[in-house]
Design a protein. Structure first.
Length: 277
């Protein structure tokens, strides 16, 4: 499998790239509702509030990619940085420049291969789960706000009547807070609420598990530091082997000298015995 260090700097991890790719697709779909409000007037109202939030995320993504690029000129001109910047502009038509990011990310996926990306995602499951949770929160809030607004908008005793009311209700419901200041009164709206509350428990349970894993898991040593430590250990082992070899050589030399001394003593004793009467 491909080592993490072999990925280019423009690749920010499968979890992050997948998050930006899905947000880009969602942004394109949202702009369609803004340009053609006849498709769903309530959806257009909700999207007009959600779109600036997505634009802010895309702005942070542009700055992140720009600051971490090996060559800022190459990122801006060849890696569709210019399209990332234009898509942040507060003009609905400019959002279609997100298509360039979608095409670029799809090319990255085809270049690396799904098998490599699947392996990289499994190696960084916690990070992938975190970005998946963030995207699901955004998607669930937007979709449920549109659905509950469709259900409650015409009810005579409803208290969720605007896009702002629907988004506020969706957020406090998915967060399992439920202030109770706004609530659905129709059967369709309550069904949306049940689904959203159930999804909220699952989503925030995953988020809590990620935070727990990050706080309790042992700190992972960077690859370059591991290589440095392994190099030092290898160097120490080599020094010990050399020291043992020198000591063994000295031992053999001492044994040889002792044998020579012993032979000299025996010769001396023999000569002395011959001189005796």
């Amino acid at each position: 499998m491909k080592d993490e260090s072999e990925y280019p700097v423009e690749f920010k991890g499968s979890g992050y790239e997948g998050f930006i790719l899905l947000l880009s697709v969602l942004s394109i779909l949202n702009i369609i509702f803004i340009i053609f409000p006849g498709l769903s007037l309530n959806a257009a109202r909700v999207v007009l509030i959600v779109d600036p939030v997505l634009s802010f995320i895309f702005l942070l993504d542009f700055l992140f990619r720009l600051l971490t690029a090996e060559s800022k000129v190459q990122y801006f001109l060849r890696n569709v940085g210019w399209a990332d910047l234009l898509s942040v502009a507060p003009v609905p038509g400019m959002k279609f420049f997100r298509l360039f990011r979608i095409v670029h990310d799809v090319r990255l996926i085809r270049t690396f291969g799904t098998e490599r990306l699947r392996y990289e995602f499994s190696e960084r499951r916690a990070e992938g789960a975190l970005f998946s949770v963030f995207f699901l929160i955004i998607l669930l809030i937007e979709v449920s706000a549109v659905l509950v607004l469709d259900a409650e908008g015409t009810a005579p005793d409803a208290n969720i009547r605007t896009a702002g009311d629907a988004l506020w209700w969706a957020y406090v419901t998915i967060a399992t807070v439920g202030y109770g200041d706004e609530y659905p009164v129709t059967a369709q709206g309550r069904i949306v609420g049940v689904i959203l509350m159930t999804a909220g428990i699952s989503v925030f349970g995953t988020l809590a598990g990620f935070l727990s894993n990050k706080l309790t898991a042992p700190r992972r040593m960077p690859a370059e530091k591991i290589t440095s430590v392994q190099g030092k250990e290898q160097g120490t082992a080599n020094e010990l082997r050399e020291m043992l070899a020198r000591q063994e050589e000295m031992y053999r030399e001492i044994v040889t000298r002792l044998e020579k001394i012993e032979q000299a003593l025996e010769i001396g004793k023999g000569e002395e015995n011959e001189r005796l009467p």
